[in-house]
Write a protein that binds this ligand. Structure first.
Ligand code: HEM
Length: 215
C-alpha cells in the first residue's frame, strides 16, 4: 500500500480524496463568515472571528497547495513557482496551527479532553515540523526538506482525514457527531495519517527497501 502512495499520482489522488471534504468545508466557512451566514453549530466560533476566518482560509490554502507541492514533475519544470507556492504553503501551515491553537484556547470546546489535547500537541508539532522543513530547504538538504514537508502535511490534514467516515453520519443525523467514541476515531485517524506519512517518507528515502528483488 505504501509503495502505491510513494508514487506521485496515487499519492496526490489519495490526498485529494481524503482532504476534499475538510477543504470544501473550510472554503464554505471562508464565504459564510464575512456574510454572517454560518450554521448554528458554528456560531460559537464567531467569538474569535479573525482566528476563525484565518483558520478556515489557511485550511483551504494548506489543503490545496500540499498535494500540488508533492508532484515531482511540477517541482522540476516550475522550480520558481514551487518555491513561491511553497512559501505560501508554509505561511498557511503556520497560520493554520496558530489560529487552531487560538480557537482551542479562546472558545469553549464541545470536544473531549482527548481531542483537545491532540489539537494542542499537533498544532505545536505542525509549527515545529514546518520550521525544520524550511531550515532543510535553506541548507539545500532536499531529501530532508521533502520528508519534513510530507510530515507537516500529514500532521496538518490529519484531523480531517476522518471526514469521509464522519460526514455521512453528519448528513444522516443532521448534527455533528460528538462524544468520546467519535473523538477516539478522529484522533485514531489523525495518528494513522501521520503513520502513513512516515511510511511514505521511509519509502522515498529507501526506494528499494520493500522491493522483492532488494538484497
Ligand atoms: C494542526 C491542525 C489543526 C488544528 C490544531 C485545528 C484546530 C481547530 C480547533 C481547535 C477548532 C475549533 C473546534 C471547535 O471548538 O468546534 C477548529 C475548527 C475548524 N477547523 Fe481546524 N485545526 C487544524 C486543522 C484544520 C484543517 C487542515 C482544516 C481544513 C482544511 C481545518 C478547518 C477547520 C474548520 C472549517 C473549523 C470550523 C468548524 C466549524 O465550523 O464547526 N482545520 N480547528
Amino acid at each position: 500500500m505504501v509503495r502505491t502512495f510513494a508514487r506521485p499520482i496515487p499519492l496526490v489522488l489519495t490526498l485529494a480524496f481524503c482532504t476534499f471534504i475538510p477543504v470544501m468545508m473550510a472554503a464554505v466557512r471562508v464565504v459564510q463568515i464575512p456574510l454572517d451566514a454560518l450554521p448554528e453549530d458554528s456560531l460559537r466560533l464567531t467569538s474569535v472571528p479573525v482566528a476563525f476566518f484565518l483558520h478556515a482560509l489557511a485550511g483551504v490554502l494548506f489543503g490545496v497547495l500540499g498535494p500540488v507541492q508533492f508532484v515531482r514533475a511540477l517541482r522540476r519544470r516550475f522550480g520558481t513557482l514551487h518555491r513561491l507556492t511553497g512559501q505560501v504553503f508554509v505561511l498557511a501551515g503556520v497560520g493554520l496551527a496558530l489560529s487552531g491553537l487560538a480557537l482551542l484556547l479562546q472558545v469553549e470546546s464541545i470536544a473531549t479532553g482527548l481531542l483537545n489535547a491532540a489539537r494542542g500537541v499537533f498544532g505545536v508539532a505542525l509549527i515545529a515540523v514546518l520550521v525544520l522543513g524550511v531550515a532543510a530547504a535553506r541548507t539545500h538538504a532536499m531529501l530532508r526538506h521533502r520528508a519534513w514537508m510530507i510530515r507537516a502535511y500529514a500532521i496538518g490534514m490529519g484531523s480531517g482525514t476522518v471526514a469521509p467516515v464522519m460526514f455521512p453520519v453528519y448528513l444522516i443525523s443532521g448534527e455533528p457527531p460528538t462524544g468520546l467514541t467519535t473523538d477516539i476515531v478522529v484522533v485514531g485517524m489523525w495518528l494513522l495519517t501521520i503513520a502513513v506519512g512516515e511510511s511514505v517518507v521511509r519509502r522515498l528515502a529507501f526506494p528499494n527497501h520493500c522491493s522483492p528483488s532488494a538484497p
